[in-house]
Design a protein around this ligand. Structure first.
Ligand SMILES: [Zn+2]
Ligand SMILES: [Zn+2]
Length: 336
């Protein structure tokens, strides 16, 4: 019998026949990258391969790297395997990576969500024999409401704050969540200000054709009192800091899948929690796994032990693999 198509090493997921790693967390010669979040696209690789849509953010974050790109669905022969990238619906440019050798297909999904967020290329199920999946929100308690409903909740909150001259400070990850929210809220309510980390990503995405409403970058010189009732979008790490206090009277909101859990909002110091994630909920994970037709499932990050047990009960050959990938981080602004 041939070697496994993918193996799990302490540097990352490795394809012996292709001589490459997927989202490695230690320096390697050749890295295939699912998306630009910091826990997946790291510094120090000899060569990178990613989707053309993910490339601008990767260059912005990692500088002058040796980066080759593919379009979605384009097949590349690497060593003894065929490789292609397919939309993961997680953030703009994100991909699942499909590897085929003599009719045997494995898919590494990276981070994904199955619902359409209006900005990311929509998740595409890929048939395979073995599926490597995250399970950040792999418990039945995680069930996402439609994005339009969440956007309406945010609009109502923003309008109410604006009516009393209060700023609305909304915490959201700088790549993906922030832009998704910017595109989903009613931008006619008032001015929208952005933290530099968010605006840097906005600029990269606008330059590649992503449509976002007008925003005002907050700099040290910004007169933060000149825009009463503004919506301010900032990474979660900026909430509750001197940066956020510059805006005077404010209400703080946090958009995250973790807001589905009682107590997390208060612990995070937010007045309002909006349940919105760029990861699949329980139903999304199960539907995605079913749609692959895979018999073998490897679960990487999230509620791995519980989710594996659930998959085994459902008849899958399931295993947990250790990676350095993270789900939706609660405290940090970057890894997601
Ligand atoms: Zn991740
Ligand atoms: Zn991610």
């Amino acid at each position: 019998m041939a070697d496994p198509l993918l193996t799990f090493t302490d540097r990352g997921i490795y394809c012996p026949d292709g001589g490459f790693y997927i989202d490695p967390w230690r320096p390697v010669d050749r890295a295939l990258i699912t998306h630009g979040h910091a826990d997946h696209a790291r510094d120090g690789m000899g060569r990178y391969l990613a989707t053309a849509a993910a490339a601008p953010v990767m260059r912005h974050r990692l500088g002058d790297i040796a980066l080759d790109t593919v379009t979605y669905g384009e097949v590349r022969r690497i060593g003894g395997v065929d490789v292609s990238f397919h939309p993961a619906g997680h953030v703009p440019g994100s991909a699942q990576i499909r590897i085929e050798r003599a009719g045997e297909v494995w898919v590494a999904s990276g981070d994904y969500k199955t619902t359409d967020d209006g900005l990311s290329e929509r998740f595409e199920p890929v048939r395979c024999h073995a599926f490597i999946t995250e399970c950040t929100f792999g418990l039945p308690v995680f069930k996402w409401a439609p994005q339009a409903d969440v956007a309406t909740d945010i609009d109502v909150w923003w309008r109410a704050n604006r009516a009393v001259g209060r700023a609305s400070i909304l915490g959201a990850y700088a790549l993906g969540k922030a832009q998704r929210l910017l595109a989903a809220v009613d931008a006619t309510i008032g001015p929208i200000l952005t933290h530099g980390a968010v605006e840097n990503t906005n600029e990269v995405l606008r330059a590649q054709g992503v449509t976002l409403p007008d925003t005002i970058r907050v700099t040290p010189e910004t007169d933060t009192k000149a825009h009463p009732g503004a919506l301010i979008v900032a990474p979660p790490s900026a909430l509750g800091t001197p940066w956020a206090r510059r805006f005077g009277a404010s209400s703080t909101g946090f958009a995250s899948g973790w807001m589905a859990l009682r107590g997390v909002r208060r612990r995070r110091g937010a007045d309002r929690g909006f349940v919105l994630s760029d990861h699949a909920d329980w139903e999304g994970l199960n539907a995605a796994i079913d749609a692959t037709g895979a018999e073998r499932v490897f679960v990487t990050h999230g509620y791995t032990a519980i989710f594996r047990r659930w998959l085994v009960e459902r008849g899958f050959d399931a295993a947990v693999v250790e990676t350095a990938w993270e789900g939706e981080a609660l405290e940090e602004g970057e890894a997601a």
